[in-house]
Design a protein around this ligand. Structure first.
Ligand SMILES: Cc1cc2nc3c(=O)[nH]c(=O)nc-3n(C[C@H](O)[C@H](O)[C@H](O)COP(=O)(O)O)c2cc1C
Length: 203
């Protein structure tokens, strides 16, 4: 698949089939992930691939709790607006069905004993994006998620993640129920300035 086709049709795919994902494809995504840039080329990442039902069920409980606490209170308002209702319904579906997703991938960041700074994520999220674009190219759905972090300590304990390593993203992976893309965003011209802040241009 052409890289621009992948970019322009990659969006959060939260309704996923329970069908297994071949292991060779999982490796392919992870090979793409580890090609990402990182500060000083330190490659501070690890990826935990989770397929065990018991582990997924536990993580799904914590994720749902994070979802309910964070987004439960705004349900009515979110569902009232057509622009947010679709995303809310899809995120709600994922939160209530996470254990049925065939593969969960947790991307971790090794802090090397240094307190995380605002740019720490910049050494992990390019790898996550590589993984998600590779998944798109292979017809696999993903979403970058973070709600498990409301139970970060429990997730780490369950998976045996050592001190000094943070879980930065949980990526559900599976064959999508719906269609990819088109990816809808604010038009490029509205967010690009030329030479100085505020100097927008038409194409
Ligand atoms: C930092 C970050 C955290 C996110 N956390 C979650 C999450 O916990 N759960 C979820 O369903 N989506 C999560 N998302 C996905 C966003 O909701 C999604 O990227 C956005 O709505 C655009 O969706 P689209 O690509 O389908 O248009 C997260 C995205 C980012 C970048």
């Amino acid at each position: 698949m052409d890289i621009f086709e992948a970019i322009n049709s990659q969006r959060a795919m939260r309704r996923l089939k329970p069908d297994p994902v071949p292991e060779e494809l999982i490796w392919k995504l992870l090979d793409a992930a580890v090609k990402a840039p990182s500060g000083g080329n330190r490659q501070p990442w690890n990826f935990i691939v989770i397929r065990d039902d018991e582990t997924k069920t536990k993580i799904a409980e914590w994720y749902l709790d994070g979802w309910n606490k964070t987004y439960g209170p705004v349900k009515q308002a979110a569902m009232a607006s057509p622009t947010t209702a679709r995303t809310y319904a899809s995120a709600d579906h994922l939160a209530n069905h996470l254990a049925e997703v065939p593969v969960l991938i947790i991307a971790t960041f090794n802090t090397s004993g240094v307190a995380p700074v605002s740019t720490s994520g910049a050494s992990i999220y390019p790898a996550v994006q590589n993984l998600m674009l590779a998944a798109r190219a292979l017809g696999l759905g993903t979403t970058i998620t973070t709600l498990h972090r409301s139970h970060e300590a429990e997730v780490k304990q369950l998976l045996g993640v050592p001190d000094g390593v943070d879980t930065m993203a949980l990526i559900p992976l599976g064959y999508p129920v719906g269609k990819f893309g088109p990816t809808n965003r604010i038009p490029t011209e509205k967010v690009v300035y030329w030479e100085k802040w505020g100097q927008a241009r038409e194409r």
